[in-house]
Design a protein around this ligand. Structure first.
Ligand SMILES: [Zn+2]
Length: 284
Protein backbone atom coordinates (compact mmCIF):
# COMPACT_ATOMS: atom_id res chain seq x y z
CA UNK A 1 0.00 0.00 0.00
CA UNK A 2 2.73 2.46 0.98
CA UNK A 3 4.59 1.54 -2.15
CA UNK A 4 1.51 2.34 -4.27
CA UNK A 5 1.04 5.70 -2.57
CA UNK A 6 4.65 6.60 -3.10
CA UNK A 7 4.35 5.63 -6.74
CA UNK A 8 1.21 7.72 -7.12
CA UNK A 9 2.85 10.68 -5.44
CA UNK A 10 5.81 10.45 -7.77
CA UNK A 11 3.56 10.22 -10.81
CA UNK A 12 1.33 13.07 -9.81
CA UNK A 13 4.38 15.20 -9.20
CA UNK A 14 5.56 14.34 -12.69
CA UNK A 15 2.10 15.03 -14.09
CA UNK A 16 1.97 18.35 -12.29
CA UNK A 17 5.36 19.23 -13.70
CA UNK A 18 4.23 18.32 -17.21
CA UNK A 19 1.01 20.35 -16.97
CA UNK A 20 2.94 23.28 -15.56
CA UNK A 21 5.52 22.99 -18.31
CA UNK A 22 2.99 22.92 -21.14
CA UNK A 23 0.70 25.52 -19.64
CA UNK A 24 3.51 27.98 -19.20
CA UNK A 25 5.39 27.21 -22.38
CA UNK A 26 3.47 29.62 -24.61
CA UNK A 27 3.41 32.52 -22.20
CA UNK A 28 7.12 32.39 -21.43
CA UNK A 29 9.14 35.30 -22.69
CA UNK A 30 11.90 34.45 -25.10
CA UNK A 31 15.09 36.13 -24.07
CA UNK A 32 17.43 36.68 -27.01
CA UNK A 33 20.01 38.85 -25.24
CA UNK A 34 20.28 41.58 -22.59
CA UNK A 35 18.84 43.85 -25.27
CA UNK A 36 15.91 41.82 -26.53
CA UNK A 37 13.04 39.97 -24.92
CA UNK A 38 9.91 38.98 -26.87
CA UNK A 39 6.65 37.69 -25.45
CA UNK A 40 3.64 36.42 -27.39
CA UNK A 41 2.70 34.19 -30.35
CA UNK A 42 5.53 33.40 -32.77
CA UNK A 43 3.05 32.47 -35.48
CA UNK A 44 1.28 34.06 -38.46
CA UNK A 45 -1.39 36.39 -37.08
CA UNK A 46 0.54 36.68 -33.82
CA UNK A 47 1.59 39.63 -31.75
CA UNK A 48 4.95 40.04 -30.03
CA UNK A 49 5.44 42.33 -27.06
CA UNK A 50 9.06 43.40 -26.90
CA UNK A 51 11.34 44.80 -24.28
CA UNK A 52 14.71 46.46 -24.84
CA UNK A 53 16.78 49.28 -23.42
CA UNK A 54 14.81 52.46 -24.16
CA UNK A 55 17.91 54.00 -25.76
CA UNK A 56 18.07 51.25 -28.40
CA UNK A 57 16.61 51.48 -31.88
CA UNK A 58 14.52 48.53 -33.05
CA UNK A 59 14.27 47.74 -36.76
CA UNK A 60 11.82 45.10 -38.00
CA UNK A 61 11.05 44.52 -41.69
CA UNK A 62 13.07 47.62 -42.61
CA UNK A 63 10.94 49.79 -40.37
CA UNK A 64 11.88 51.71 -37.26
CA UNK A 65 9.67 50.49 -34.43
CA UNK A 66 8.72 52.98 -31.72
CA UNK A 67 10.28 52.16 -28.33
CA UNK A 68 8.82 53.96 -25.32
CA UNK A 69 10.67 55.27 -22.23
CA UNK A 70 10.22 51.88 -20.54
CA UNK A 71 11.76 50.01 -23.47
CA UNK A 72 8.37 48.59 -24.56
CA UNK A 73 7.51 47.99 -28.20
CA UNK A 74 5.10 45.86 -30.26
CA UNK A 75 5.69 43.76 -33.39
CA UNK A 76 2.85 42.49 -35.59
CA UNK A 77 3.16 39.19 -37.41
CA UNK A 78 0.79 39.39 -40.38
CA UNK A 79 -1.51 36.73 -41.80
CA UNK A 80 0.99 35.80 -44.52
CA UNK A 81 4.19 36.81 -42.74
CA UNK A 82 7.47 35.21 -43.88
CA UNK A 83 8.51 32.25 -41.73
CA UNK A 84 11.69 33.92 -40.57
CA UNK A 85 12.40 37.56 -39.75
CA UNK A 86 15.38 39.54 -38.50
CA UNK A 87 15.15 42.04 -35.70
CA UNK A 88 17.92 44.60 -35.55
CA UNK A 89 18.68 46.17 -32.19
CA UNK A 90 20.86 49.20 -32.74
CA UNK A 91 22.52 50.37 -29.53
CA UNK A 92 24.76 53.39 -29.07
CA UNK A 93 27.83 51.21 -29.39
CA UNK A 94 26.81 47.91 -30.87
CA UNK A 95 24.32 46.38 -33.22
CA UNK A 96 22.64 43.01 -32.72
CA UNK A 97 20.76 41.02 -35.32
CA UNK A 98 18.38 38.35 -34.04
CA UNK A 99 16.46 35.88 -36.15
CA UNK A 100 12.97 34.84 -35.15
CA UNK A 101 11.11 31.81 -36.48
CA UNK A 102 7.42 32.16 -37.31
CA UNK A 103 5.17 29.12 -37.55
CA UNK A 104 2.85 28.72 -40.53
CA UNK A 105 -0.95 28.82 -40.22
CA UNK A 106 -3.53 27.13 -42.40
CA UNK A 107 -6.58 29.17 -43.30
CA UNK A 108 -9.95 27.82 -44.33
CA UNK A 109 -12.10 28.85 -47.25
CA UNK A 110 -15.42 30.32 -46.11
CA UNK A 111 -18.39 30.75 -48.45
CA UNK A 112 -21.09 33.27 -47.62
CA UNK A 113 -24.13 33.53 -49.86
CA UNK A 114 -27.25 35.64 -49.78
CA UNK A 115 -25.52 39.01 -49.39
CA UNK A 116 -27.16 41.96 -51.20
CA UNK A 117 -25.53 42.24 -54.64
CA UNK A 118 -24.27 45.80 -54.12
CA UNK A 119 -22.49 44.80 -50.88
CA UNK A 120 -20.31 42.41 -52.91
CA UNK A 121 -20.01 44.43 -56.13
CA UNK A 122 -20.66 48.09 -55.26
CA UNK A 123 -21.57 50.60 -58.01
CA UNK A 124 -19.51 53.69 -58.90
CA UNK A 125 -21.18 56.01 -56.43
CA UNK A 126 -20.88 53.47 -53.65
CA UNK A 127 -17.19 53.00 -54.52
CA UNK A 128 -16.66 56.74 -53.96
CA UNK A 129 -18.30 56.50 -50.56
CA UNK A 130 -16.24 53.38 -49.68
CA UNK A 131 -12.98 55.16 -50.60
CA UNK A 132 -13.85 58.13 -48.38
CA UNK A 133 -14.76 55.87 -45.49
CA UNK A 134 -11.67 53.68 -45.80
CA UNK A 135 -9.46 56.78 -45.68
CA UNK A 136 -11.05 57.79 -42.38
CA UNK A 137 -10.62 54.26 -41.04
CA UNK A 138 -6.99 54.10 -42.20
CA UNK A 139 -6.19 57.44 -40.54
CA UNK A 140 -7.67 56.23 -37.30
CA UNK A 141 -5.70 52.94 -37.45
CA UNK A 142 -2.47 54.86 -38.00
CA UNK A 143 -3.08 57.24 -35.10
CA UNK A 144 -0.20 57.03 -32.67
CA UNK A 145 -0.72 57.09 -28.91
CA UNK A 146 2.33 56.97 -26.62
CA UNK A 147 0.61 54.94 -23.91
CA UNK A 148 0.53 51.26 -23.02
CA UNK A 149 -3.20 50.92 -22.26
CA UNK A 150 -3.03 47.32 -23.63
CA UNK A 151 -1.11 46.36 -20.49
CA UNK A 152 -4.46 46.13 -18.70
CA UNK A 153 -4.73 42.77 -20.58
CA UNK A 154 -7.51 41.48 -22.84
CA UNK A 155 -10.91 39.87 -22.23
CA UNK A 156 -13.64 38.83 -24.69
CA UNK A 157 -15.74 41.85 -25.75
CA UNK A 158 -18.80 39.62 -26.06
CA UNK A 159 -19.63 35.96 -25.52
CA UNK A 160 -21.13 34.09 -28.46
CA UNK A 161 -20.49 31.58 -31.19
CA UNK A 162 -17.46 32.13 -33.40
CA UNK A 163 -18.78 32.06 -36.96
CA UNK A 164 -15.77 33.52 -38.78
CA UNK A 165 -12.14 33.03 -37.93
CA UNK A 166 -9.20 35.34 -38.55
CA UNK A 167 -7.56 34.72 -41.90
CA UNK A 168 -10.37 32.81 -43.63
CA UNK A 169 -10.29 33.08 -47.40
CA UNK A 170 -13.68 34.42 -48.43
CA UNK A 171 -16.01 33.70 -51.29
CA UNK A 172 -18.99 36.06 -51.15
CA UNK A 173 -22.00 35.20 -53.34
CA UNK A 174 -19.59 32.99 -55.33
CA UNK A 175 -16.98 35.75 -55.87
CA UNK A 176 -13.49 35.48 -54.31
CA UNK A 177 -12.87 38.45 -52.02
CA UNK A 178 -10.14 39.63 -49.61
CA UNK A 179 -9.39 37.32 -46.67
CA UNK A 180 -11.31 38.04 -43.49
CA UNK A 181 -9.15 39.79 -40.93
CA UNK A 182 -11.68 39.87 -38.12
CA UNK A 183 -13.14 37.44 -35.66
CA UNK A 184 -16.91 37.09 -36.09
CA UNK A 185 -18.82 36.41 -32.89
CA UNK A 186 -22.54 35.73 -33.37
CA UNK A 187 -24.85 36.83 -30.55
CA UNK A 188 -28.43 38.06 -30.18
CA UNK A 189 -29.17 41.55 -31.43
CA UNK A 190 -28.74 43.97 -28.52
CA UNK A 191 -26.19 41.85 -26.62
CA UNK A 192 -23.85 44.12 -24.68
CA UNK A 193 -20.27 44.57 -25.93
CA UNK A 194 -17.56 45.63 -23.50
CA UNK A 195 -14.12 47.05 -24.12
CA UNK A 196 -11.65 44.13 -24.01
CA UNK A 197 -8.88 46.36 -22.63
CA UNK A 198 -8.23 49.95 -21.50
CA UNK A 199 -8.47 52.28 -24.48
CA UNK A 200 -9.16 55.65 -26.00
CA UNK A 201 -12.03 55.95 -28.51
CA UNK A 202 -10.56 57.31 -31.75
CA UNK A 203 -13.33 56.85 -34.31
CA UNK A 204 -17.10 56.44 -34.40
CA UNK A 205 -18.92 55.88 -37.68
CA UNK A 206 -22.70 55.77 -37.60
CA UNK A 207 -23.29 54.34 -41.08
CA UNK A 208 -20.31 52.98 -43.01
CA UNK A 209 -20.95 50.96 -46.16
CA UNK A 210 -19.31 47.68 -45.11
CA UNK A 211 -19.05 47.97 -41.33
CA UNK A 212 -22.32 49.74 -40.55
CA UNK A 213 -22.12 51.36 -37.12
CA UNK A 214 -18.53 50.99 -35.97
CA UNK A 215 -16.02 51.96 -33.28
CA UNK A 216 -12.22 52.12 -33.34
CA UNK A 217 -10.37 51.97 -30.02
CA UNK A 218 -6.70 52.82 -29.53
CA UNK A 219 -4.73 50.76 -26.99
CA UNK A 220 -1.39 52.51 -27.48
CA UNK A 221 1.93 51.99 -29.32
CA UNK A 222 0.07 51.38 -32.59
CA UNK A 223 -2.44 48.84 -31.28
CA UNK A 224 -6.06 49.48 -32.22
CA UNK A 225 -9.25 47.43 -32.29
CA UNK A 226 -12.40 47.66 -34.44
CA UNK A 227 -16.03 46.73 -33.62
CA UNK A 228 -18.43 46.54 -36.58
CA UNK A 229 -22.10 45.90 -37.49
CA UNK A 230 -23.25 47.45 -34.19
CA UNK A 231 -26.85 48.18 -33.31
CA UNK A 232 -26.06 50.91 -30.80
CA UNK A 233 -22.92 52.79 -29.75
CA UNK A 234 -22.48 53.83 -26.11
CA UNK A 235 -19.23 55.84 -26.30
CA UNK A 236 -17.99 59.04 -27.95
CA UNK A 237 -14.81 59.93 -29.81
CA UNK A 238 -12.13 60.98 -27.32
CA UNK A 239 -13.57 58.96 -24.41
CA UNK A 240 -11.06 57.17 -22.21
CA UNK A 241 -12.46 53.80 -21.25
CA UNK A 242 -11.51 50.91 -18.99
CA UNK A 243 -11.42 47.18 -19.64
CA UNK A 244 -14.97 45.85 -19.14
CA UNK A 245 -16.74 49.18 -19.83
CA UNK A 246 -19.89 48.95 -21.98
CA UNK A 247 -19.15 50.29 -25.48
CA UNK A 248 -21.93 49.04 -27.76
CA UNK A 249 -24.62 46.48 -28.62
CA UNK A 250 -24.44 43.65 -31.17
CA UNK A 251 -26.31 44.36 -34.41
CA UNK A 252 -26.33 43.56 -38.11
CA UNK A 253 -25.63 46.93 -39.77
CA UNK A 254 -23.46 47.18 -42.93
CA UNK A 255 -22.44 44.08 -44.89
CA UNK A 256 -23.82 41.41 -42.60
CA UNK A 257 -26.20 38.47 -42.85
CA UNK A 258 -27.21 38.35 -39.18
CA UNK A 259 -26.44 39.83 -35.76
CA UNK A 260 -22.76 39.41 -34.89
CA UNK A 261 -19.73 41.35 -33.79
CA UNK A 262 -16.83 41.62 -36.23
CA UNK A 263 -13.85 42.25 -33.94
CA UNK A 264 -10.44 43.16 -35.30
CA UNK A 265 -7.13 43.98 -33.72
CA UNK A 266 -4.42 45.76 -35.69
CA UNK A 267 -0.98 47.15 -35.18
CA UNK A 268 -1.44 50.26 -37.29
CA UNK A 269 -2.82 48.60 -40.44
CA UNK A 270 -1.54 45.04 -39.89
CA UNK A 271 -4.34 42.79 -38.63
CA UNK A 272 -3.47 40.15 -36.05
CA UNK A 273 -5.62 37.32 -34.66
CA UNK A 274 -7.63 38.45 -31.59
CA UNK A 275 -8.22 34.81 -30.58
CA UNK A 276 -4.47 34.17 -30.39
CA UNK A 277 -3.97 37.25 -28.28
CA UNK A 278 -6.63 36.14 -25.80
CA UNK A 279 -5.21 32.62 -25.58
CA UNK A 280 -1.62 33.64 -25.29
CA UNK A 281 -1.25 37.00 -23.63
CA UNK A 282 1.70 37.75 -21.40
CA UNK A 283 1.43 38.92 -17.79
CA UNK A 284 2.09 42.56 -18.46
ZN1 LIG B 1 -16.52 39.74 -40.06
Amino acid sequence: MMELLKQLQKNSFFLFFLIFFFASDNSLAKIFSNNLELNGSFTQGGLLFGKTNSKNKVIFKDKNIFVNDNGDFILAIGRDNELENSIIIQGIEKKEIHKIKISKRKYKIQRIDGLPKNKVTPNEQEMKRIKKESKKIKNSKNMFLNETLYKSGFIWPVKGIITGKYGNQRILNGKPRRPHYGLDIAAKSGTKIVSPSDAKVTLIMEDSFFNGKMIILNHGLGMNSIYSHLKKINVKEGDKIKKGDLIAEVGSTGRSTGPHLDWRINIYSVAIDPELLLLNQPDF
